[in-house]
Design a protein around this ligand. Structure first.
Ligand code: SF4
Length: 807
């Protein structure tokens, strides 16, 4: 490992402390910073960055340094609570009483509806106890409906890469961020990493300092894009057209790497033909990006080897998610930028190893009913809305029980509909940190220990990294880890032997033993353990997966600053567990995918208009003429941030960004209260009048809910559709919903009409289909009607009945 640069000075606390512990920042983002925790008599008095950590190099973002407020937050949920109905107040009970209550309802649920009627959800920020423990519990309970966060987060790109490059599970990040400084060009798409993944963004700055040119592509200008040498503001959901146009230029101008393509690319001729229609002129009309910028970006990318691509949610949360990501991968493949230093498809978040719920779950009989799913992929997470509909309408079969963590509810699409659906449940359990929106729609709440109160691994998906976080402080109040909940509940339901990790007379749980068990269950992580990961007695920074043996969990390259596999898909280096560089059916990078074609999707990428664009739905555009984009910024990472004061102060308000031209038409001044709405819901908040958004779009930061203590705002997700989504993976279209914005107190219909007419005059192409494909909209067939209203046997409350989707 190279010597650490001298400017990473050891940081010394000025506080009165008696102990320093080293650990890893958990579950606040995917950067995975190293931390030094200063303690006095077992209590945190200071938090600083670990200067010996190869990624964070002593840096922490505001969420890292302020985390002591998170642990000692008096607003946290401190003890178990239950209630018979959502209309009753919670009652404080003991852990055993609360477990008895849940077990009783789950037993009733199993008798009445079958075990498949229980769904278990995890967030990306969940502990291993929730991710693996929850999944394992679900399998032994007998439900296939164990769901990850993927479709409401950003796993679709990883799923697309599985088909392009070949991988076990999700196609994963290739080159770690310390390698990015070797790139001469970085294509940075659909991300606000400077705000959300603060420390990882330093890798972009390092590359820029070393001379790399940055091509930024986003629907909105943001702090990350401010460092771009070329910035392409693309119309929502049209990235596929943009990247196919760039590919067309690269191919037509013979700028591609012919040798690499001949040897390693499958489907080149088909892709070349598919791209041919995307001339710069047509691409400009569809994407709203100037044709000269498209040409410039294509030439810059193709002539700057090595070049890499990175990005995040912007490429995921759209109808074209699968094809957008395949078309980005195609740019890398055409230019031979795979498996080399400074190259690679290096996506944020999308590099978690496969999760195993235990080999013994494979011996279980098949559940009586299959997992509820409506996406094309037969593997990976299933789309979220199917659960909403199964709870609300009981189709294709009822879901009447739910266990989830974090703050899922305001992060779901169509939140009002989800709230109605939750009212139908016999039992909803919230594994609580805060009394947030989700907590208020549960029957049982358990006080969950987190981060430094627990010990286990954390995945840091920006670098294919697994790190260890240490238990630094004792549990407070009645907090216990998620795993404790599942172990106690399994014991009560008669399969406690599958959770042999309870300790101290069943008052605690052995998280270290559990984590070593799960690392050993999957061949991709078998070379790791608490012993070689713990930052207190190992080189900092954890180990990059895959590491099938301990021997692989070492520095594998002279340049490596992290242990483990440094660069994926190198020539002569077979993909783990295979004898092929690219473990696709053809053994090559597949720009044409027979496997996706077999699933009913596009053999080669194509652009399709999303469900709520002006072209796809002109009638809707009259009522809701602006395209909404949402994303989180620093404080708003899942349920954190807004519950502790220092982080909340950074982003106290949920802004509605609109362009100055629209503001002028509507008589809106910066800071005025404006309404944003469509037929699903409505929010209001301060206007931020700015050219960061285009005239046809607006932007809202998410991560708020109406139960937050300091700045409660309704979640923007009340306006998001739950039905039409990326058909392959089920990714929700958070980046392209049709809405209208107007000054509060004025007429929304009139405002919509004024905006529509203005945009139509100024941008006729926005309303011109020009022969582009529309989305398939097959999911609109979800037209359920509840024939037999559900009656809650405990409260007698009638379920909402007779609703149809799309209401
Ligand atoms: S950048 Fe991410 S990992 Fe680092 S301190 Fe901030 S939240 Fe934690």
């Amino acid at each position: 490992m190279p010597e650490m640069k001298p400017d990473y000075r050891p940081q010394e606390s000025t506080k009165d402390y008696d102990t320093v512990r080293r650990t890893t920042c958990t579950n606040q983002c995917e950067s995975g910073c190293g931390m030094k925790i200063f303690l006095k008599e077992g209590r945190i008095v200071d938090i600083m960055g670990d200067e010996t950590h190869p990624l964070s190099r002593g840096g922490l973002c505001s969420k890292g340094t302020s985390q002591f407020q998170r642990y000692y937050d008096p607003l946290r949920v401190h003890y178990p609570q239950i209630r018979k109905s959502l209309d009753d107040p919670y009652q404080r009970v003991s852990w055993d009483e609360a477990i008895d209550f849940v077990a009783e309802r789950l037993t009733l649920l199993r008798q009445r509806y079958g075990p498949e009627s229980l769904a278990i959800f995890r967030t990306g920020r969940a502990s291993m106890g929730q991710k693996v423990g929850g999944g394992r519990f679900g399998h032994f309970f007998g439900t296939p409906n164990v769901f990850g966060q993927g479709p409401i987060c950003c796993e679709s790109p990883g799923a697309a890469m599985n088909y392009v490059f070949g991988a076990e599970g999700f196609g994963r990040l290739m080159n770690p961020s310390p390698d990015w400084k070797n790139a001469r060009c970085i294509l940075m798409v659909g991300t606000e990493m400077a705000s959300q993944e603060v420390i990882t963004y330093r890798a972009i700055l390092d590359a820029k300092d070393a001379g790399a040119k940055i091509i930024g592509v986003d629907t909105r200008f943001n702090s990350s894009m401010s460092k771009a040498d070329l910035f392409l503001m693309v119309r929502n959901n049209t990235d596929t057209a943009l990247f196919m146009a760039m590919a067309n230029i690269i191919i037509q101008e013979q700028l591609y790497d012919k040798k690499f393509v001949d040897k390693w690319v499958y489907g080149f001729d088909e892709y070349k033909e598919a791209c041919r229609e995307w001339t710069p002129e047509k691409a400009e009309r569809v994407t709203m990006v100037d044709r000269n910028l498209i040409i410039k970006a294509a030439r810059l990318f193709a002539s700057s080897k090595p070049a890499m691509a990175t990005g995040c949610l912007g490429t995921a949360q759209q109808y074209n998610s699968n094809n957008t990501n395949r078309s980005i991968a195609a740019l890398l493949a055409l230019t031979g930028n795979i498996g080399i230093k400074g190259g690679g498809w290096n996506w944020l978040h999308n590099c978690r190893p496969p999760l195993s719920y235990g080999h013994d779950t494979h011996d279980l009989p098949e559940p009586r009913r299959p997992v509820i799913a409506d996406n094309l992929l037969p593997w990976g997470d299933n789309s979220v809305p199917v659960i909403i509909n199964a709870m609300l309408y009981g189709k294709p079969y009822p879901i009447r029980g739910l266990i989830w963590n974090g703050n899922h509810l305001p992060q779901f699409p169509n939140v009002t509909k989800t709230e109605r659906a939750l009212r139908n449940n016999l039992i909803t359990v919230h594994l609580s940190i805060y009394p947030n929106h989700t907590y208020h729609f549960a029957h049982a709440s358990f006080p969950i220990a987190m981060g430094m109160e627990t010990e286990s691994i954390c995945h840091h998906g920006n670098n294919r990294l697994i790190q260890w976080h240490n238990k630094v402080i004792e549990y407070q109040h009645e907090h216990r880890p998620d795993l404790f909940f599942y172990a106690k509940l399994a014991q009560k339901l008669g399969f406690g032997d599958k959770f042999p990790w309870l300790t101290n007379n069943d008052t605690d749980v052995d998280e270290k033993g559990f984590t070593n068990w799960l690392l050993n269950e999957d061949h991709m992580t078998r070379g790791m353990s608490s012993f070689n990961l713990d930052p207190e007695h190992n080189p900092r920074g954890g180990i990059m997966w895959p590491a099938e043996t301990e021997a692989e969990a070492t520095y594998q390259d002279p340049e490596a600053t992290l242990r483990g596999k440094w660069i994926m898909y190198r020539e002569g280096d077979p993909y783990p567990g295979t004898d092929s560089r690219f473990p696709t059916p053809s053994g090559k990078i597949e720009l044409a995918s027979p496997a996706l074609e077999k699933l009913g999707w596009d053999r080669v990428p194509r652009h399709r208009e999303g469900s709520e664009s002006w072209i796809a739905n002109p009638e809707r555009a009259r009522k809701y003429p602006i395209s909404l984009n949402t994303c989180r910024i620093t404080a708003s990472f899942h349920e954190g941030g807004h519950w502790w004061p220092w982080a909340d102060e950074l982003i106290p308000d949920r802004y509605i960004q609109i362009h100055p031209e629209l503001a002028k038409i509507l008589g809106i001044e910066d800071g005025d209260t404006v309404v944003l709405e469509n037929d699903r819901g409505s929010i209001d908040g301060p206007a931020w009048v700015t050219e960061m958004v285009p005239p046809w779009g607006c932007w809202v930061n998410f991560g708020f809910d109406r139960y937050q203590p300091f700045h409660p705002y309704e979640t923007v997700n009340v306006v998001i559709d739950d039905i039409i989504k990326d058909p392959v993976y089920g990714q929700i279209q958070w980046k392209s919903m049709a809405v209208r914005v107007y000054l509060k107190g004025t007429d929304g219909t009139m405002a919509a009409s004024m905006i529509h007419d203005y945009l139509k005059k100024k941008y006729p192409n926005l309303f011109n289909d020009d022969g582009v494909l529309l989305g398939t909209y097959k999911d609109r067939n979800w037209d359920y009607e509840e024939k037999e209203p559900w009656v809650d046997p405990f409260s007698g409350a009638m379920a909402v009945a007779g609703l149809k989707t799309g209401e």
